[in-house]
Design a protein around this ligand. Sequence first.
Ligand SMILES: [Ca+2]
Ligand SMILES: [Ca+2]
Ligand SMILES: [Ca+2]
Length: 485
Amino acid sequence: MAGAAVTALAVSLPQSALASGPSTRVPIDDPIGPRIQQGPVQVDLTTITTEVTAPLAGITAPGHPDELFIVDQVGTLWSLDLTAPAPVSPTSVLDVSGLLAGPQDPKDERGFLGAAFSPDFTTDGLVYTDTSEPLGPAEHPLRPSTDACLNGFPQTPDHVDVIREWHLVPDASGALHVDPALPAGRKLLSSEHPQANHNAGDMHFGPDRFLYVTDGDGGGADDQNCQTNFDGNPMFGHPGIGNGQSLDTPLGKLLRINPRQTDTRGTLSANGAFRNPPGNPFPNGAVPEIYSYGLRNPFRFSFDRDNGDLWVPDVGQNDIEEVNLVSQPGQNFGWHLKEGTFLFDAGGFQLKGARSDAFVFAQSPGTPAGLTDPVAQYDHDDGTAIIGGYVYRGASMPGLSGHYVFGDTSRRLNNGHGRLLAFDSDRRSLVTAANTIVELRDGPLDFQLIGFGQDSAGELYALVFGVPGPNGPTGAVMRLSQSRQ
Ligand SMILES: [Ca+2]
Ligand SMILES: [Ca+2]
Ligand SMILES: [Ca+2]
């Protein structure tokens, strides 16, 4: 039972280190005093298209250097011809809208959440997707909850998040479409989600040619059972220490799988649909797909196209947004024992309006042992949810070369004032002044930031919604360019 032993060890380390008792814990009102300042480099934004709804990712496909493929949360994978004069009308490559359990409104976190093209796309034509779908058979069901608070309450999951493989073929003009012989794709694995929010769902192939996928902690607040959920009922599906810290669930994790049937590295999964790569840290555990854990909602992540560094920001809850650098398999990034470098108390079981009764109570870089701190962080005076971007390796913005370019969805929750941010990733370390985050604009945007794209030349795109359009608010893809320094 190597998996059970690993789980017990992983849980006991931080628990014992935090056994100081709630009476000594005083919430910190302002965890990080200094505010993010405008940096020396400023960027302009050029609208490439507004013919999208909620663009969450902008990715490339081998063999298609002039296209940026946009993951639209409502269910379309679009192709944008970057050689055409803006504004560009996107063309649909793949429509998964018929599979989706959401989104049903602009705040709904479910839907088409991520996609990644096979590193051998020019020969195998494969693309992978992450989708929130109605309940059905799942490789990873919820862990059962036996808390007394749940007596009489149904523990029906909200949805399943599913990873699928699709085969694309070019038509006579070279445009990509789903292979009509395989219209439903191939399902690889799925995980039940107790609540609707915190689905993460980004995916990228790494330099090792394995597929990395993020999954959120299952939703609600505090990653804690019996918390009063937003619907007034007690939360379920977060038993024990919570999902982020449990190695028995894919919730709150970075996963790594080998999905391609032509690649025989690794151990065949229980359902035979994919392989678990050699080097995954918990091969005998309940979830051998796990690569990293202790995450809350690692909504967007990326690899540095030059050196392969793996950057996984995590959306915080009450106070801290963080950027993590994954340096080895098996790292625990702390949720819900820490937010950023601060110790976190999940509190009792009450929500206070839109916030929880949890709080951060001590600055604690480096401890408890066994947890990996972020390399950069900011608090909620400067934003509400971090939107991961890319280390800039393009040519048009020399002032940002080697900088991790990212952002925050909105200066205040859902007020439509996204921010574009950056820090020098080549001087990475634990949180220090060397990783001072700066703002790339003279103040916030007039719309909400929800993702980033990187084209085949390494140029970057801000993906936003809430942009005024002829028929009401729309999504947009905007290219970054350097305007100063
Ligand atoms: Ca602050
Ligand atoms: Ca963390
Ligand atoms: Ca709580």
